[in-house]
Design a protein around this ligand. Structure first.
Ligand SMILES: Cc1ncc(COP(=O)(O)O)c(C=O)c1O
Length: 441
């Protein structure tokens, strides 16, 4: 057992005076359309520790939004960015050495059948590319996706999504999106018992496709676990059975690992847990561990459907972001961060379950590696969602010195996703802070 020394320290009520002043200035000039956050203005961060502009210190369970997998401002990443930026910042779609190295490095860690990649800037952009390639490759235009899915806020990605937020007031979405239930077992849409249902939701897929498809299926896009919907993890075997369903129809399989990859679930890729072999993989967030880079990886034959001039991105593959990709993969490998995520994940799993037993509000705890959802309810029997308590808990946790955020179809799920560098002492301290905040609800 490591020695436990306290890291978090909040000196007074939040927001502190400098944070308050900056928040007021910010609210005047930038549209306030982002999600609910604790009133903390970040100043600097290293590893799992964040300092605000008022000199308060916090432990971080957000990783930005599952981005800083190698820890905030990892010195090797910062150095790689500095070195690259001194030489060359952008040369559009021309080759540059960091880009070649990054592509080689990325392909060295993808499953062997995914032998080509392409660099873009955001997760949404990677999803748009995958959707386009699935349609282009098949000549078909329908894509199966899932209730609760979040694939981004751009048009096709939002249409494939199963949450209202990105589509609200936007008029009709793209035709061809066929949405089916994801196995949200805590709130099963079929009111079935997950232990005995035989994955009823997968059987229902046939019914929906029979009713909705005109016979023009291009493929399926799915998250290995649903992030924005509330960290919903499918039961063991569900993804494999879905893959078999896809293969039986000869259509393409896109796995959206924008947030699940780069060690987050305790394997480098979430697909490794069930040996999945998607045709296309969407990658984002952790791949740059802070800088805006995303990618798709694909079977060469699939991505090869795009000819010269058919895909580009102004910032995609720039030398600085490319240097980040190489540095991040090297850091993950050198520091054994995927193993650390698995090990620390077991600690989190055990302690969060104890907290669930003790708290009247924690209805469900689910996750693996260093990504968990803690679902808050007003009553454990009725499972009535508790979004107001969730918002209050975000503020209370910050006052204890812990930064958390929320997600969920009902806005009642705390996201537990610290940087993968978290130590045992930091894990215990952060869990103590979380429980102290819960006790104040
Ligand atoms: C699974 C998944 N896909 C796509 C996206 C969109 O990524 P971005 O916000 O970088 O466009 C996200 C973002 O949260 C995501 O979680």
């Amino acid at each position: 057992m490591e020695k436990r020394t306290k890291v978090a320290c909040v000196k007074g009520p939040l927001p502190g005076p400098r944070s308050r002043a900056l928040l007021e200035r910010w609210q005047k000039v930038e549209a306030q359309c982002t999600g609910f956050q604790a009133p903390v203005v970040w100043d600097r961060a290293r590893g799992v520790v964040v300092h605000d502009v008022d000199g308060n210190t916090f432990l971080d369970w957000t990783s930005g939004v599952l981005v800083t997998n190698v820890g905030h401002c990892h010195p090797d990443l910062v150095r790689a960015l500095q070195q690259a930026s001194e030489k060359l910042l952008n040369n559009y779609e021309c080759a540059n050495e960091p880009r070649v190295l990054a592509a080689e490095k990325l392909i060295s860690v993808t499953p062997p059948h995914l032998d080509q990649c392409f660099f873009l800037s955001t997760g949404s952009e990677a999803v748009e590319a995958a959707l386009r390639i699935m349609k282009r490759h098949s000549g078909n235009w329908e894509v199966v996706s899932f209730y609760g899915a979040f694939h981004g806020r751009t048009y096709a990605a939002a249409a494939a999504g199963g949450l209202p937020g990105p589509k609200k007031g936007y008029g009709p979405t793209l035709p061809g999106a066929i949405r089916v239930p994801y196995p949200y077992c805590y709130r099963c849409p079929f009111r079935a018992n997950p232990d005995s249902c035989g994955l009823l939701c997968l059987e229902f897929l046939d019914d929906v496709v029979r009713a909705e498809s005109t016979g023009s299926l291009a493929g399926v896009i799915v998250e290995p676990y649903q992030g924005a919907a509330g960290f919903i993890f499918p039961p063991q075997g569900w993804l494999k059975r879905l893959e078999q369903w896809i293969r039986a129809r000869g259509i393409l399989f896109t796995l959206d690992e924008v947030q699940a990859s780069f060690g987050r679930t305790g394997k480098f890729w979430a697909l490794e847990w069930e040996g999945l072999q998607p045709d296309l993989l969407c990658i984002g967030k952790g791949i740059g561990s802070s800088v805006p880079v995303s990618a798709i990886a694909a079977r060469g034959e699939v991505i090869g459907v795009l000819g010269p001039g058919e895909m580009s991105s102004t910032m995609g593959g720039n030398p600085v972001c490319s240097a980040a990709v190489t540095a991040v993969i090297e850091i993950l490998q050198r520091e054994g961060l995927v193993e650390n995520a698995r090990r620390m994940g077991e600690l989190f799993q055990a302690r969060l379950r104890e907290i669930q037993e003790r708290s009247p509000y924690v209805g469900d705890v689910r996750g693996m590696g260093l990504v968990f959802g803690v679902e808050l309810v007003k009553d454990k029997t009725t499972k009535e969602p508790a979004p107001e308590l969730t918002r209050r808990l975000i503020g209370l946790a910050a006052e204890e010195g812990l930064l958390i955020g929320s997600v969920g179809v009902f806005g009642n799920v705390i996201r537990v996703a610290p940087p993968l560098v978290i130590t045992e002492a930091e894990a215990h301290e952060s869990l103590d802070l979380f429980e102290a905040a819960l006790a104040k609800l």
